[in-house]
Ligand binder design. Sequence first.
Ligand code: AMP
Length: 171
Amino acid sequence: MQELRQMLRRVPNFPKPGISFKDITPILNNGEAFTSVIDALCGLAALHSPTKIVGIESRGFILGSAVAYAMHLPFVPARKKGKLPAETVQARYALEYGEDVLEMHKDALVPGDRVVVIDDLLATGGTAEAVCHLVESLGAELSGLLFLIELTELQGVKRLASYPVHVLIRE
Ligand code: AMP
């Protein structure tokens, strides 16, 4: 994990002044590192015996689909508004300025599904919380959330306190 932490690229003032962007592409660009991240996420996901993996647009797709493939599980995308073609459920969440909407196909989950949600980074937790609401609105069980990185100062885990949260790299 120390090696992974060193591979993370921190880009100051991106996408706007004051933000230190945590760029995971150097990790993805190293076969051994990418594999060890996916293996570690699979080990954590397996603790919850999920029936489906949900990935959050867009870097959650990269990690989540690899985990789903490795575990022989279905993959479900949670997408930004207007991207999914069939009937959806929606959840609003707060951004720094204004709000945004995430969607999931209505038929993507059913009662009885146990879901593990994956994203690259946990900041305030607003995005992940919105996805938890989507999962539960479809009658599925939110079994756990996995993140490659947590920005600990922002205390997003507090917002997700009612769910098991696992993180590989704490910043
Ligand atoms: P939040 O809803 O505040 O937890 O924000 C999490 C979402 O925003 C994730 O999908 C991240 O990919 C993205 N994000 C937020 N802050 C950063 C950051 N400093 N570097 C990279 N991605 C970020």
